[in-house]
Design a protein around this ligand. Structure first.
Ligand SMILES: *Cc1c(COP(=O)(O)O)cnc(C)c1O
Length: 374
């Protein structure tokens, strides 16, 4: 496929960003940054303007998830990767169980398995494209799995396993939050970073925490365990309650996040965002199932992610050539997860992505394939 092929302009998506994180940023989010000058940007994070920004973000998340009484929204610096370490120090009492069916679930499993103060983790694996589900096991006090495995495009149910007593469910919602439905009572900790559905910049983490998780955080903090300051969720709890972070946060991601939450909640909240992602998903999987040179990677239809679609390409169609032709037309970041190494495209379909752009993407791909094979 040569990059001399020029996709007709009326076929192309209006916005060519389909990344799985960082992902498409809406214009209004950029305007919100401009509007934050000079009253907010460049001002102290310990003063009212920034604290009320943090409060509005926390309230916006509570509203989006209709959080039950007693649940709280925490935040801190470092993104989801740093939350894994915080969880290993501040949430796991003795032993965690992890479901690992892709890169991200496996990384969290590694964080608790290698922590010297914890017992080796119980890891339930499933091959890429499939999902593993948690199983009640004696001695496990945290059950952890990703709601959406961004590396493979498989989504898993968030349901508290039967018979786990007062163990906590700790769910990686990084690519699911803001795009997939969640019953918050099923998760004691639902954590995520803002650079996927929230179209913000990376670097922060957020966590929706249950009363049981708060109790666990406080108990471990009081237990005398050595916990580095930045990984102590007790610090995050105390600071979040004051609409602050332990140390200085980047302000623009919070501004972008507030704008995105206002857009989501103003248009109908959870129903609006999941309606959009469901429609995008319907369009891409219908196309992949009906097209001769494509095969949906996730075989079980109920596991096919509504926010990150993975579609294998059959030879002679070549993903690298296709992506390079698309990239010259401004359609970017549909690369498969690098370690998966498949002849595949991976398409982020977060709420900021217009379902019509997903249709335009598949039409552009069809056009390229047809032109290069005939
Ligand atoms: C992107 C992603 C992460 C990593 O997030 P960072 O903020 O870069 O640490 C973790 N888990 C999942 C499921 C992700 O999609």
């Amino acid at each position: 496929m040569s990059s001399e092929l020029t996709i007709p302009a009326d076929l192309l998506p209006r916005d060519g960003r389909f990344g799985s994180g960082p992902s498409r940023v809406r214009d209004e989010q950029v305007q919100a940054i401009v509007a934050a000058q000079p009253r907010l940007l460049g001002t102290s994070h310990r003063q009212a303007p920034v604290k009320s920004l943090v409060r509005e973000v926390r309230e916006g998340l509570a509203a989006l998830y209709s959080l039950p009484d007693g649940y709280e929204v925490l935040l801190g610096n470092g993104g989801s990767t740093s939350f894994w370490d915080a969880a290993a120090f501040s949430l796991v009492e003795r032993r965690a169980q992890h479901c690992a069916f892709g890169e991200f679930g496996a990384k969290f499993a590694k964080a608790t398995t290698t922590a010297p103060h914890l017992e080796a983790s119980d890891v339930i694996e499933a091959p890429a494209g499939d999902v593993a589900v948690p199983l009640a096991r004696d001695g496990v006090d945290v059950y952890a799995w990703p709601h959406n495995e961004t590396s493979t495009g498989a989504m898993a149910p968030v349901v508290r396993p039967v018979g786990i007593g007062d163990a906590l469910t700790v769910i990686d919602g990084t690519s699911a939050a803001g795009g997939l439905f969640l019953d918050p009572t099923q998760a004691d900790v639902y954590y995520f970073a803002p650079q996927k559905s929230f179209g913000s910049d990376g670097g922060l983490w957020f966590a929706l925490v249950s009363p049981a998780a708060i109790e666990r955080i406080e108990r471990i903090a009081a237990s005398g365990r050595y916990i580095p300051e930045t990984l102590a969720l007790k610090n995050a709890l105390d600071n979040s309650r004051l609409d602050q972070t332990l140390n200085t946060p980047a302000l623009t991601p919070l501004v972008m996040m507030r704008e995105q939450l206002a857009w989501m909640n103003g248009n109908g909240g959870m129903e609006f965002v999941t309606g959009r992602t469901a429609e995008s998903a319907r369009r891409i999987y219908t196309w992949a199932d009906a097209t001769q040179y494509t095969v949906t990677f996730v075989t079980q239809p109920s596991n096919r992610s509504q926010v990150v679609a993975t579609v294998d390409l059959l030879p002679p169609v070549d993903s690298a050539q296709l992506r390079s032709a698309l990239r010259s037309a401004g359609v970017v970041d549909i690369d498969p997860y690098r370690k998966l190494g498949r002849n595949q495209i991976r398409v982020g379909m977060f709420p900021s992505v217009d379902p019509d752009d997903v249709s335009a993407l598949t039409a552009s791909i069809d056009w390229l394939v047809e032109k290069s094979l005939t």
